[in-house]
Write a protein of this length. Sequence first.
Lengths: 217, 84
Amino acid sequence: MSELRLATRRSPLALVQASSVQRRLSEFGVTCVLVPLETRGDHHAQVSLDQLGAQGVFAVEVQLAVLNGDADVAIHSAKDLPSTTPDGLSLTCVPERLDAADVLIGRSLAGLGPGATVATGSPRRRALLLERRPDLRVVGLRGNMATRFAAAGQSDVDAVVVAAAALERLGRMTSPPNASTPSGSCPRSAKALSRSRSETTMTRRSSCCRRSTSLTP
Amino acid sequence: MTALVAERAFLSELGAGCSVPCGAYARVSGNEVALSGVMLSVDGARSVRAVFHGDEPRELGRSLARHLRDERGGGDFAGWQRTL
């Protein structure tokens, strides 16, 4: 069997995710090579997701690589995927789900003083934060995990929101969160905020689904 | 995969990617899916939530989305608009 080409975003987190899929496939005897790609969302990191507008800004280029025959399989974070799958592609498999919670880096929600500033680029996270703490000042933030960690250390931002699963994948979690409850307890510096959808999924060309390797029971 | 199908059906029914404030989270136990959903106004001042149970994930996602949007008033939130 020839090498299976796995298309992925090229961010450090995406590469960690793709590498874990690569390892799982190797356990089934499938040799894989990663095809890292820059997406529109990565390229325009200074533009808010609202302004970028269209869905799939982190997924389209990765999906196109499969449609164009430059890769056999695409690996995505589920939240990056448009809610409809393009013709010619199908969602084929989902690895085990990690903790689905969002967490705050910097201070816990209770530890944030009145009017504190929290950074997130996600309208969902922003609305969920303001629902519980209307006093907070929520500012936009885009960029990869390194950017967000850097922002959390700046004097004008008290906390940033990230996915617990991202911390776990990058090995940044100081202790494991309560995996059974998305709104449950988290490490001191990372307070559970709400649920998000944190899964890695694979899409591949419908026409080349001859191998059916399931990563989950 | 079942959980993801239910969650994506919810988002698809609302025409939502990651740019409007709504979310869904599914848990699967045996054949049953428990799907929690939320729709919020942009400023978080208004929200509607519900949990639906069922064994057909796609229909579960769609019906939960319709319930929150059409019967619970989620579609009327200021700043919330269907994108499809």
